[in-house]
Design a protein around this ligand. Structure first.
Ligand SMILES: [Fe+2]
Length: 252
C-alpha cells in the first residue's frame, strides 16, 4: 500500500499508526508471498462503518461464527485501543494448538514462535484491517462506494516455500482429527446457498452486515442494549467517527 497525504505538514504515517505496532503479530510481511487465490474482492450492500463494526466486534465471534471460527479461543481474546486504532488477539483452542503442525491448512509461518501463535486482528482507523494468523497474513481494505455499498478487498500472503510444501501440509491437515470439530460447519444444516448453512465465515459476515443495513430502513429499528465489554469496540469506533466529523466541521 502507498500512503499519500495532500498536506505536507501532516504527521508521518508512522506517527499516525506507530502506537499500535507493539500489538501486532511477530509476522514479517515482506518475507511472505502474495498468491493469486489469496485476492478476494466483494461489493457488500452495507455502509462501510457496519463492516468495520462487524470486524472489530468480539461478541459476534462465538455466535455468528460458532461453526466456522471455532478453532480460535474467543473466551481468551484480548483487545483494546491505541488512539483511534483497535487491537485484538486470541489464541488457538487447545486441541488445535496441540496438533497445529499437522492440522494447519497451510505451512506455518516460521517467524511466529510457538508461544505467540494465535490470531492478531487489529483495525487501523479508519478503513484498514489485518488478519495475522498461524499460517497466513492478510490485509482487509474497506472502501465506501455509496451510503449503502462498500467494496472490500482481502489480500493474503503465506510462507515463502515451494508448492510441494503446501501439498504436503494440505495432506497432513486432511488427516488431522481436529477438523471434524472445527472450521467449516454452518450454524445449521441446509442448502449451501444459505449463508448460515454455508460453513463460510465471510458469507456469514456479509449476510449479517447486509441484514444490519436493511434493518436501518425499518420503522421498528431502535438501538438496543449493548454488552458493556464485549461490544465496547463498536461504541468506541462510533465515538472516533464523531470526533473526526466534528474536527472536519460537521454539525453532529
Ligand atoms: Fe465476523
Amino acid at each position: 500500500m502507498l500512503f499519500v497525504h495532500p498536506d505536507k505538514n501532516a504527521p508521518s504515517i508512522m506517527q499516525y499508526f506507530g502506537d499500535i505496532a507493539p500489538h501486532l503479530g511477530p509476522h514479517v510481511p515482506e518475507e511472505l508471498v502474495e498468491y493469486k487465490e489469496g485476492l478476494y474482492t466483494k461489493e457488500i450492500k452495507a455502509n462501510w462503518k457496519i463492516i468495520v463494526e462487524n470486524n472489530i466486534d468480539h461478541y459476534h465471534l462465538a455466535h455468528l461464527h460458532e461453526g466456522t471460527l471455532n478453532m480460535y479461543d474467543h473466551a481468551k481474546a484480548e483487545f483494546g485501543w491505541e488512539g483511534p486504532h483497535y487491537w485484538f488477539y486470541e489464541p488457538l483452542v487447545k486441541d488445535y494448538m496441540d496438533d497445529v503442525e499437522n492440522a494447519s491448512l497451510q505451512p506455518l509461518i516460521k517467524r511466529v514462535p510457538k508461544e505467540k501463535i494465535g490470531a492478531y486482528v487489529p483495525w487501523f482507523f479508519p478503513n484498514i484491517g489485518l488478519a495475522e494468523s498461524e499460517a497466513s497474513w492478510s490485509t482487509f481494505h474497506v472502501v465506501p462506494l455509496a451510503p449503502d455499498r462498500t467494496l472490500v478487498t482481502f489480500r493474503t500472503k503465506v510462507e515463502n516455500v515451494s508448492s510441494w510444501e503446501f501439498t504436503k501440509q494440505s495432506a497432513k491437515s486432511s488427516m488431522s482429527k481436529i477438523w471434524s470439530k472445527y472450521g467449516d460447519k454452518g450454524k445449521y444444516e441446509g442448502d449451501a446457498s444459505d449463508p448460515m448453512a454455508s460453513g463460510d465465515f465471510m458469507a456469514e459476515d456479509i449476510y449479517a452486515c447486509e441484514q444490519q443495513q436493511k434493518s436501518l430502513q425499518s420503522p421498528m429499528f431502535s438501538v438496543g442494549a449493548r454488552a458493556e465489554r464485549g461490544e465496547y469496540a463498536i461504541l468506541r469506533f462510533q465515538e472516533e467517527i464523531k470526533k473526526w466529523l466534528i474536527q472536519e466541521g460537521a454539525e453532529v
